[in-house]
Design a protein around this ligand. Sequence first.
Ligand SMILES: NC(=O)c1ccc[n+]([C@@H]2O[C@H](COP(=O)([O-])OP(=O)(O)OC[C@H]3O[C@@H](n4cnc5c(N)ncnc54)[C@H](O)[C@@H]3O)[C@@H](O)[C@H]2O)c1
Length: 298
Amino acid sequence: MIDFKDRVAFVTGGANGIGIGLVRALLAEGCKVAIADIRQDAIDKALTEVNNPNAMGVQLDVSSREQMAAAAEKVEAQFGVVTLLFNNAGVNLFQSIEESSYSDWDWLMGVNLNGPINGVMTFVPRMIEHGKGGYVVNTASMASILAAGQPGIYNTTKFAIRGMSTSLRGSLAKHNIGVSVVCPGLVKSYIYASDDIRPQELMVDAKPVDKEGIERLAGVHDYGMEPDVIAARVIDGMKEDRHHIFPHPEFKDELREVFDEMLDDFRDYEQDPGYEQRLGFEKFRRDSYREQRKGLKK
Ligand SMILES: NC(=O)c1ccc[n+]([C@@H]2O[C@H](COP(=O)([O-])OP(=O)(O)OC[C@H]3O[C@@H](n4cnc5c(N)ncnc54)[C@H](O)[C@@H]3O)[C@@H](O)[C@H]2O)c1
């Protein structure tokens, strides 16, 4: 089981929503915590709120490799090596793919996918070298499994993060580094206001901001789960080294329905000439995947 006390945590998107919930929970577990966010005003507010010498702020845009590396240096200089990484920052665009522009893709892929990639590429080698184990938690979404016509780009990024998490979980176990992917449903957060932080250079061909739509979304997010509730469930999931952390139990039946529908798409085709030989290879792969899913830390 992961020990939290005195570890250094880096929480992207740590100034609002799920992130600030994680920050509070990690401080309560005895960690030193870096609140890493693009909004300096929100970082300042969060630091005032938590009022704890074990918290520090670091402003960055997670989509920048250079800024991620600079943030790592800053946090390491003040608190020591980060061994708990929370790739949590994310933005959303509530629209379908055919309504979207390349700059919409660049923005969401930059924050939601390159952000976690940059986090992993920056911090994981340091964690491995440090040799004290650690944990990577990637905030995906139920939208990493359930998709409809929109939000298309968001779904794409979240499916990808789930894939990255599963693969990393298999490869990092031998370094005693756990990996979980968090799949929340609706959260009481600020994500409906993502447009406020969209960089000017990624505004090309962006649709005008739908103010009424945002107000509606704000209302819906009001019914979202409290960040402190999610954070407690994330910590719980880490303590159990759970692959998927599903804070919202109300999705279980829907997942069963969707996976059953997926299985319904299989057909019992006639055996093709390579079938028997493939079975041998697939048995080997299947056994190895099963071991990795168990997260065996050798
Ligand atoms: N709100 C929901 O209902 C919901 C549901 C499922 C998953 N999620 C996911 O949870 C995560 C946290 O989102 P939230 O709902 O708490 O939203 P939020 O907007 O309240 O918090 C996200 C934080 O990320 C920061 N951020 C955005 N872009 C950034 C960047 N480029 N670099 C650094 N920081 C950046 C924002 O300033 C903000 O403080 C996201 O990955 C989101 O996709 C949210």
